[in-house]
Design a protein around this ligand. Structure first.
Ligand SMILES: [Mn+2]
Length: 354
């Protein structure tokens, strides 16, 4: 596996030289943040990221994300031209050494939480989603301002967008994803890039907005649209794992065996009875996901893709971007390294014994 760490560019409070000090750290996961979705990434921006990352002893070979504009997801008249731009961004990334590009097909909002700094008993804070806080809210009527909702939209624009997606429905969204994949996957193949779709977070519909990258049946459907080694998953244990219907270790084993996981996001969540969830420390006992079983499934199926510790808590007084502090993600990386070392050695000894 190739250990990696997300970094938000020169405005990220976490310095690259600190990331480098995490044992086994290899790749930095980043993106060009100064252009809007739907625009071509300037080559000098991609080269600039590569240069600064390499100057700090790390590798820039994985992008998260090249965002998919709403017009593509909605299938408007602008979709074809924007898909062309998307293909050009794949080519440009490949030119500067990128091997894997993460994206998602979530309408309107990348993720939904009700609070970003919920304090736990130990004084750490993390992102949470409590169902009780969403109940009764109607984005078409109420003035909702949940954390993470794109502030660049006006309230009126958000209402129109949501109404358009509700009208489009799940099958309409599938149709637009299919059209998109049929265009981008051949380009990715040609460039030697793996496209890794991130699941919807959480993996079910909220406010009647369709969501499709949610469960095993739908992941199967997504992968079958383009049966190519370039059409892959960014398997996020935390996003898929906050729904009880997903068997995380089982799904990891299945898709890793098929060689269709390009990127693993390892994040811990604790699900409660009513379907609410809290993000937790990565260690298995802290939440609902058995991380040992996840890593064992990867090692036993010969996984050689990218791994990163996903959201961490805020601990030790650190201030910064919620979910993306240094300390807890570094603890996560160290823990994941330990699980991999143990599972890999166990596999080797097992071979010797037989
Ligand atoms: Mn994730």
């Amino acid at each position: 596996m190739k250990m990696s760490f997300r970094w938000y560019g020169k405005n990220d409070p976490v310095p690259l030289q600190y990331i480098r000090q995490i044992p086994n750290m290899r790749s930095v996961v980043s993106a060009v943040y100064d252009v809007k979705p739907g625009e071509v990434w300037p080559e000098e921006s991609i080269a600039g990221l590569r240069d600064i990352i390499e100057a700090n002893g790390l590798i820039f070979d994985i992008v998260e994300s090249v965002p998919v504009p709403e017009d593509i997801k909605l299938g408007t008249q602008k979709a074809d031209a924007l898909t062309e731009v998307y293909c050009e961004n794949i080519r440009r990334c490949a030119k500067y050494g990128i091997k894997c590009i993460t994206y998602n097909f979530m309408p309107v909002f990348d993720w939904t939480r009700t609070q970003l700094d919920k304090e736990a008993d130990d004084g750490s804070t993390s992102l949470v989603m409590y169902k009780s806080q969403l109940e009764g809210l109607d984005p078409l009527k109420d003035d909702i301002n949940l954390p993470g909702w794109d502030a660049s939209y006006s309230k009126e624009e958000i209402r129109t967008l949501i109404a358009d997606y509700v009208k489009l429905g799940e099958e309409g969204l599938w149709k637009n994803l299919e059209k998109f994949l049929k265009k981008i996957i051949p380009v990715a193949e040609e460039c030697g890039v793996k496209m890794a779709i991130h699941p919807d977070d959480p993996p079910y519909s909220i406010f009647g907005i369709p969501r499709i990258i949610t469960c095993e049946e739908n992941l199967d459907r997504m992968l079958s649209i383009a049966d190519s080694p370039a059409n892959c998953l960014c398997f996020c244990t935390g996003s898929l794992g906050c729904a009880k219907f997903n068997d995380i270790p089982g799904m990891v084993r299945k898709y890793s065996e098929m060689n269709r996981i390009a990127f693993m996001h390892i994040r811990q969540v604790k699900i409660s009875e009513d379907g609410s969830f809290e993000e937790r420390g990565h260690y298995s006992e802290c939440g609902s996901i058995d991380m040992y079983e996840v890593v064992k499934a990867l090692v036993e199926t010969g996984f050689d893709g990218y791994v990163r510790p996903d959201h961490g808590r805020m601990i030790w007084g650190e201030q910064g971007k919620a979910g993306y502090g240094l300390y807890d993600r570094a603890l996560g990386a160290a823990y994941i390294n330990g699980l991999f070392e143990a599972a890999e050695k166990e596999k080797k000894y097992e071979k010797k014994r037989n």
